[in-house]
Write a protein that binds this ligand. Structure first.
Ligand code: IMP
Length: 422
């Protein structure tokens, strides 16, 4: 069976930390979608690491890490990640395996991303500009370059033809994007030489055999459910299926082979980039959440928008993913608030609803809150559920009653050790 670990909000829920905590229980960690738009932060032994494409199990001795077919890889960023990790004596040839069917992000995909965003003006998505959208467009448009192509003699011809096409497409946008194609191409070719030293596999077959041999597998999601191309707040989403079904197509795992679905959420809500965010706060409470929670993007450094927990959106994500266990992150950030609000319904077209409607722009909905009492205790030194303050336990039980799924982990700080199991 394959267990899944997914973010239930707009990304940045803390998936990297939890994968790292759970890895000791698994033989294989596999990424199934997204690419270097992700930034998974891991903190242990006083060091902070940010991973973008490499699965978060890479620091453990035993686990094999797989980059699945659903992922898009930028060889240049990938090389930098490998270089950053080299100090840790990791044997990448055995522990990091890459699907031949994963698509490559070309330098011109990044340029197209920038041109598309610039041309959108105020309507821009707030993309990380890593070339994610254009690469998935080439994948579904049946034009993409895949990792497996690098084993064929004519891959440079394919690269050149695609690059040429992209350069023509850039003209369409009528925006001024400066670039030096020769420099970008040479950087890309260098990075490809490094990538080719790694092991390429037919990952669906590898995982099938692994399951047959009783290996335990954890599929690691990137971004969050509300950024899903189908179920997120379209068009302000990413270009892949971030929800549970994406793990099936992004790894080649059959739906009846999915076991536990771990859903990760923050005790409040954040969003980076544009798009609707019903519980967003523009007051002192929002500023406090941003400051105490260090809410800056791990990939872009952009400040994250902050707000109270939105149970309507969270319940929707729990349903779409079939979540079996919840994990609540950053509970410690709520310490010190006298009162904590939770959105339990929207008013949509004059009617109170508790489901996530098609349209959640501020002009279409109002949020309705329930207010709970806060707590003052510093949670960051706690390591047992008995130590948790009563009002936090009430908060957790309130969420469990609404979501109808147990909260099994409460994270009280960024370090591996600051994790309370319930
Ligand atoms: P893209 O996937 O880089 O094109 O970005 C599309 C939208 O998803 C933007 O609003 C980004 O800020 C957001 N996004 C992409 N990846 C992440 C992530 O890993 N965490 C949070 N937001 C993300």
């Amino acid at each position: 069976m394959v267990d899944l670990l997914l973010g239930l909000q707009w990304g940045d829920e803390g998936k990297g930390k939890i994968v790292d905590v759970l890895t000791k229980n698994y033989d294989i960690i596999a990424r199934f979608q997204g690419g270097p738009n992700a930034g998974h932060t891991l903190i242990f032994d006083g060091n902070k690491h940010v991973l973008h494409t490499i699965p978060s199990g890479i620091f453990h001795d035993k686990a094999v890490n797989i980059v699945g077919n659903g992922v898009v890889i930028d060889p240049v960023i990938f090389q930098k990640e490998i270089d950053n990790l080299s100090a840790y004596g990791i044997d990448f040839s055995k522990k990091l395996l890459i699907s031949r069917k994963a698509h490559l992000i070309l330098p011109t995909h990044r340029l197209l991303d920038a041109a598309s965003e610039t041309s959108k003006g105020k309507a821009k998505i707030g993309s990380t500009l890593k070339g994610i959208g254009p690469t998935y467009m080439d994948k579904t448009g049946r034009n993409g370059l895949r990792v497996g192509d690098l084993e064929l003699d004519d891959w440079k011809d394919k690269f050149n033809a695609l690059t040429e096409k992209h350069i023509k497409m850039l003209d369409f946008f009528d925006v001024d994007i400066q670039f030096d194609l020769d420099e970008l191409t040479s950087e890309f070719f260098d990075a490809i030489s490094s990538l080719k030293k790694l092991t390429f596999i037919d990952s669906e077959q590898y995982l099938f055999d692994a399951m047959k041999n009783g290996k335990t597998i954890l599929a690691e999601g990137a971004q969050g459910s509300l950024l899903d191309i189908d179920f997120g707040t379209y068009p302000f989403v990413t270009s892949s299926n971030t929800t549970a079904a994406g793990a099936c197509t992004g790894l080649g795992v059959a739906p009846n082979k999915i076991g536990e679905v771990f859903g990760i959420f923050k005790a409040y809500t954040t969003r980076v980039g544009s798009g609707p965010f019903p519980t967003e706060l523009f007051d002192e409470d929002g500023a406090t959440l941003a400051e105490v929670g260090h809410e800056f993007g791990a990939t872009t450094g952009r400040p994250r928008r902050c707000g109270w927990l939105d149970l309507v959106a969270l319940k929707y994500a729990v349903q779409v993913n079939g979540v079996t266990q919840l994990m609540m992150m950053k509970g410690d950030v709520l310490s010190g608030f006298k009162q904590i609000k939770v959105c339990t319904s929207y008013t949509y077209k004059g009617e109170k609803i508790d489901y996530f409607p098609f349209n959640i722009e501020p002009e279409n909905i109002q949020v309705n809150y329930e207010t709970l009492d806060g707590w003052d205790d510093d949670l960051t030194k706690m390591d047992d559920q008995q130590q948790l303050p009563q009002n936090l336990i009430k908060y957790i039980e309130f969420l469990e009653a609404n979501l109808e799924v147990p909260i099994k982990i409460v994270s009280v700080g960024p370090d591996r050790k600051q994790t309370i199991f319930r």
